[in-house]
Design a protein around this ligand. Structure first.
Ligand code: SF4
Length: 326
């Protein structure tokens, strides 16, 4: 089956999750509102990793809409990092010196329940993703301090090969640009999308892309996702970023096992990200103190190169803050 067919057959309706035994009828009724407020899509491959007998399954918690997404706290924001406030041109977020985000698409292979952009990815709010790319390319061209373009969520690996090559070839003409970086959950949630022609399209420009995968749990590392990562690793630098999520990976054994398995695929754990206060994600929050405890336990058990940097975005700061340092 092609990845397009797989995507076409993904779960988009709660009743299909009920029919296949992932949700009870009562649960489906409870999360009807949530599934309308925030986008919902689960590839059958990723759903197959769910333990149907375990209501606390870490794969389930990341994928299936939960009633707790309706909870609101005072600090929640639909745009916790200020993507929209730092928007000097259509499709651009410019928060950090030397680097810009270029928003290619609002589409993802799965809509993760913990996503900090989940409100912005909602089909009704396409502010980040509206307009063509002319203005964005012109902004990058005229801003000579920009050395790196980062493609981030929506998932840039959901863009077609032709469109991707076109954007990369336009960026390659900008002489002050040195690097491009892709953040993606596609190898985790829809690994069949990593095809030879896609890898070829990524490699088509003068850049050597850096690919940041987003594995959060060792159960996401399967023969399918390993194949996808190895294909990427053959051509590109591949690093991993995880988000620290309550009830999913909030312990040092799980994160340590993840680091070990990533290493076996040739991927180094780069960042462990403290969750951002995004609307609809408070069920995943944990305190910085808890996070530091987990990170320190990892340090005691693992060699330094298997311990990711524990970081947090702080709006207005010039770079991500290392949580474990003053
Ligand atoms: S793939 Fe990334 S951008 Fe898309 S929903 Fe998941 S975390 Fe958010």
């Amino acid at each position: 089956m092609s990845w397009e067919q797989e995507l076409a057959g993904a779960y988009r309706r709660l009743e299909d999750l009920v029919a296949d035994g992932y949700l009870s009828q009562e649960e489906a009724l409870r999360v009807q509102g949530v599934a309308k407020t925030y986008r919902f899509l689960i590839p059958k491959y990723y759903a197959s990793l769910i333990d149907k007998r375990d209501p606390a399954c870490p794969i389930r918690l990341q994928a299936i809409p939960q009633f707790s997404e309706e909870l609101k706290t005072d600090s929640d924001s639909p745009d916790p990092l200020g993507d929209l406030k730092h928007r000097p041109a259509l499709r651009i977020t410019h928060r950090y010196k030397g680097r810009v985000l270029l928003h290619l698409t609002p589409n993802c292979s799965m809509y993760c329940r913990f996503c900090f952009r989940k409100s912005l990815l909602n089909e009704l709010k396409e502010d980040l993703f509206s307009g063509g790319f002319t203005e964005a390319i012109a902004y990058i061209s005229k801003t000579i301090e920009i050395e790196e373009v980062i493609f981030s969520g929506g998932d840039p690996f959901m863009v077609g090969e032709g469109a991707l090559q076109q954007v990369l070839s336009q960026l390659a003409k900008i002489s002050h640009l040195k690097r491009v970086r892709f953040h993606t959950r596609v190898p985790v949630t829809l690994p069949s999308r990593i095809t030879a022609s896609f890898v070829q399209a990524l490699a088509s420009s003068r850049f050597r892309p850096v690919v940041i995968t987003h594995f959060n749990h060792p159960r996401e590392i399967t023969p399918e996702s390993t194949r996808a990562v190895l294909e990427l690793g053959d051509r590109f630098i591949v690093l991993n970023q995880s988000v620290l999520l309550r009830s999913v990976n909030d312990n040092a054994q799980i994160l340590g096992a993840l680091s070990e398995q990533l290493f076996e695929m040739g991927v180094l754990p780069y960042y462990l990200h403290h969750p951002d206060p995004a609307q609809g994600t408070s069920q995943f929050y944990l305190s910085v103190e808890e996070g530091i405890g987990i990170w320190e336990a990892m340090r005691r058990e693992l060699p330094g190169y298997l311990v990711p940097r524990y970081v947090k975005d702080v709006v207005g700061e010039a770079y991500k803050r290392d949580v474990n340092s003053p």
